[in-house]
Design a binder for this molecule. Sequence first.
Ligand code: ADP
Length: 296
Amino acid sequence: MNLVIENLSKRYPNGVQALRDVTLTVGPGMFGLLGPNGAGKSTLMRTLATLQDPDTGSVRLGDIDLLRDKPAVRQLLGYLPQEFGVYPKVKAIDLLDHLGRLKGLADRALRKETVEALLRRTNLWEARNRALGTFSGGMKQRFGIAQALIGDPRLLIVDEPTAGLDPEERVRFHDLLSEISESVIVLLSTHIVSDVSDLCSRMAIMHQGELRLVQQPSEAIAGLRGRLWERTVEKAEVAQLGESLSLISTRLVAGRTRVRVLAESAPAPGFVTAEPELEDVYFAVRRGADIRSRAA
Ligand code: ADP
């Protein structure tokens, strides 16, 4: 089953153009949607989760018209929103049972079995009788995945799941996502580059409502090889370099400033070629560089 998005556009009443002609086909597996805050990721995720309508465009999930036949889509959909509110006084197991009932799991024994399996799968079994208000950020997000997996969805939408998690919780959350079956389309929206480099075999970079790049992360990185140059400079030199060169990033390394530049040959004395990472791809695309011009 594929998710086929065509020419989706959305302008909010305040004039913000949140989606500009978004066209994308996503098959099973983990797909990363990477972009800075305000890029339009949540707007796209909410549209695909059938919670809001675009102005124009179409979306199909398999044979289903996603924008018209919302009840049919919701049967196949799991969604972890960016702001996942929980009832702080309710026990994890009770809320999951309740959400299971809302999702149409009417049979009590089957629901109990499903809920218990999900609590084990998300590593929350020991905490099942704790009130959700006592959960850490990471536990809440794992609970969010448990509720999204009720009903065995074919499309799982996860919006900014690791923002605010500490490194250990992020690793646990990544492990959980990577265990989700290969037959599920998982759309992961994030502004954190390592979420995508750790998990996703395909990705899109979104900026100002547009998809600027749709590619495998490894291919995108390969496209920068031999064209990325770096040099360590004094902080005062950065502005001057930025005037003449296409700076991709400036980063402090051990108290000195390391600049990375995109250029077809050595841009200035002292620059050496650098091994590109996904972060360089992300910064280059955000700065409007056409990084695919020489991609293998
Ligand atoms: P992201 O998830 O990438 O941070 P969003 O989809 O939340 O991006 O937002 C895209 C743009 O649309 C932003 O400029 C945001 O301020 C604006 N926006 C989002 N939701 C609304 C809304 N309900 N009304 C008006 N503007 C909105």
